[in-house]
Design a protein around this ligand. Structure first.
Ligand code: GTP
Ligand code: MG
Length: 396
């Protein structure tokens, strides 16, 4: 039974080129549905270009697969570069991932790179599908490949010991066979918990602030998660502020009409009476108390667009000083390359990089926060925070 109020699980398909990701998705879409509804033609997996923010795009196929238990928003990237871009920039925010490994070829270099990046980005594996079993010569070959996969999962921190989901099931089959894909889908249904319908504590991005003599201080912005209503206590975090400042929301308005509540996805005015004047500006976030803190230093994964695609010209070694675009403002930073299994000696366009960022001013930062990287006003990359480091003020 699909639980009322639950949202779809976003499932990212990972795997080396040609190992069967798209074939698997096609078979998933063609599975008989309990509800009897008929979706778009499952043979058509046309790619679309999805904006990543800051003028960047990536290519992907996104389809809803309905199973006995729930809906999955399945994301299939055409090829390795787009998969890596999706992970490093935090695009589409997958809840979990499914790794596809061809039983004929076994895990390859791209399998490892994607697993390492996904692990750093906090994306846990839900299962592994060993595809192309129908094209293998013997069971012992498949047993050996399965062992290689287990070893690789352990090496890359996906053995399930640290995660919330437990050990990772490996399902063998053919991506073209309905029966093996049904078994896989059953394993996903069983292993993945229903995601919570409400997505976390209140967080609001302030886009503009206006002092109005009649209404008070009006902060116009976007509710990123949670909900807010009049009388609720919030904290203003960052931009340039070290310590959080507490306020009480006087009114929630939309087009000058009073609203009871605003929730994730709403653009609204939050009105503060009197005391808030001069309290905050664009670049600040308003949040439920003690849920996010201001900081200046973090580690991140980033993807730098290729030079031919408007990225930086050449490589950077040592320290780089691009602008970081966050919460609608741009600030100076110092960026250094971080040691890591995939890291190269240089910051290189057209590739994922592990970096350490130091901002010139404190802003609200948290794990999985997305940001743009700019140089002389042009976006050259995007990234996601993997770990907040350094001293933090306020929040958790
Ligand atoms: N025999 C057999 N062939 C398969 C299986 N899965 C995929 N193939 C074939 O392998 C080739 C590649 O499959 P795709 O599904 O396009 O692979 P992909 O992972 O989406 O590849 P990229 O999008 O390029 O990364 C196609 O010719 C498929 O028909 C399988 O389980 N058994
Ligand atoms: Mg494909």
């Amino acid at each position: 039974m699909i639980q009322p109020g639950s949202r779809p699980v976003t499932l990212l398909l990972l795997g080396h080129v040609d190992h069967g990701k798209s074939t698997l998705l096609r078979t998933m879409l063609g599975l008989p549905r309990e509800s009897g509804s008929i979706g778009p033609d499952p043979r058509d997996l046309a790619e679309t270009e999805i904006p990543l923010g800051w003028g960047l795009v990536h290519r992907r196929v996104e389809r809803i697969v309905q199973t006995a238990r729930r809906e999955y928003r399945v994301i299939d990237c055409p090829g390795h570069q787009d998969a890596v871009k999706a992970i490093a920039t935090g695009a589409s925010r997958p809840d979990t991932a499914l790794l596809i490994v061809s039983a004929v070829d076994g895990p390859l270099a791209q399998t490892r790179e994607q697993l390492l990046l996904a692990g750093e980005a906090g994306i846990e594996l839900a299962a592994v599908f060993l595809s192309k079993i129908d094209a293998t010569s013997s069971v012992s070959v498949v047993d050996r490949v399965e062992k290689e996969v287990r070893d690789l999962l352990r090496d890359c921190g996906h053995d399930g010991e640290r995660g919330a989901l437990g050990s990772v099931p490996i399902v063998r089959g053919s991506a073209m066979s309905e029966s093996s894909v049904s078994t896989l889908v059953g394993a996903l249904d069983e292993r993945i918990p229903d995601p919570p319908p409400e997505e976390g504590p209140f967080l609001f991005r302030v886009d503009s602030v206006m002092a109005d003599s009649e209404r008070g201080l009006v902060a116009t912005g976007f509710v990123l998660r949670g909900a807010v209503g009049a009388g609720q206590a919030v904290e203003a975090i960052g931009f340039s502020r070290e310590a959080p400042q507490a306020f009480v929301v006087g009114r929630v308005e939309s087009g000058r009409h009073r609203q009871k509540r605003a929730r994730a996805g709403d653009t609204v005015d939050l009105v503060f009476e009197g005391g808030a004047i001069g309290g905050f500006d664009r670049g600040t976030v308003l949040a439920a108390p003690n849920t996010i803190a201001a900081g200046t230093r973090f580690e991140a994964l980033a993807y730098l667009r290729a030079t031919s695609d408007g990225g930086i010209d050449g490589t950077v070694s040592g320290t780089w000083e691009p602008e970081i675009a966050l919460w609608g403002v741009e600030m100076k930073s110092r960026v250094r390359l971080r040691e890591g299994a995939v890291a190269t000696e240089m910051i290189k366009p057209g590739a994922p990089v592990r970096i350490e960022v130091e901002l010139a001013v404190p802003v609200a930062v948290e794990r999985r926060l997305r940001f743009g990287i700019k140089e002389i006003g042009r976006t050259v990359g995007a990234g996601t925070v993997t770990r907040v480091t350094g001293e933090r003020r306020g929040g958790s």
